[in-house]
Design a protein around this ligand. Structure first.
Ligand code: HEC
Length: 161
């Protein structure tokens, strides 16, 4: 959990150029199993482990495909919305903070209401990368200094002095 806070803060620029080489955040569940006796089909790609390269990829893809409407901070106030496109909900509202990762994955893959799908532009791994980045955005909004690992907090506090 603590690594997630750290990654979120790093990505969102709150700690500037600092690079304490964070380890991978582990929030993966075990891979899905195909029930015994089912036909052999291509097994689903395992969900990628969340590490810094995946988050950076998600950040980049989010910037390209989502930020225009959802806004760089995920608050639903993107450039396109200011020009009259329907405003999407903020990713920081309680309902979406509580939503499962699959909710976001599915919106990217299948679309959501007036939002069209992005399955053709974002292959499976990129979808998970964007989901991981959305989680980081959500965390960054609520992170407090006290939640950071000691050594990172000290460095952050020095910067704020
Ligand atoms: C052209 C504008 C636009 C773009 C680009 C866009 N969205 Fe959306 N998105 C919307 C709108 C508008 C809604 C609300 C749709 C509705 O309720 O009818 C929405 C809804 C959603 C929801 C569902 C939220 C809920 O209420 O449960 C998710 C998740 C989401 N978008 C994620 C993304 C992601 C991730 C990307 C980038 C891959 C993206 N969107 C790109 C406009 C956009």
């Amino acid at each position: 959990m603590r690594n997630e806070w750290l990654l979120a803060l790093l990505l969102c620029g709150c700690l500037g150029e600092m690079d304490p080489q964070p380890r991978a955040a582990r929030w993966n569940r075990p891979p899905r199993r195909v029930p015994a006796g089912s036909l052999a089909v291509t097994p689903p790609e395992p969900r990628p482990e969340v590490d810094l390269p995946l988050l950076r990829r998600g950040q980049e893809r989010y910037g390209i495909y989502c930020a225009a409407c959802h806004g760089p901070l995920g608050d639903g106030r993107g450039e396109v919305v200011r020009r009259g496109f329907p405003q999407p909900p903020s990713f920081h509202e309680e309902r979406l903070r509580q939503a499962a990762d699959e909710h976001f994955y599915s919106a990217i893959r299948n679309g959501a209401g007036r939002m069209w799908p992005y399955a053709d532009r974002l292959p499976e791994r990129d979808r998970w990368a964007v989901v991981a980045y959305l989680r980081a955005l959500q965390l960054s909004r609520r992170a407090r200094l006290a939640d950071l690992p000691d050594e990172v907090r000290r460095q952050a506090e020095e910067r704020l002095r």
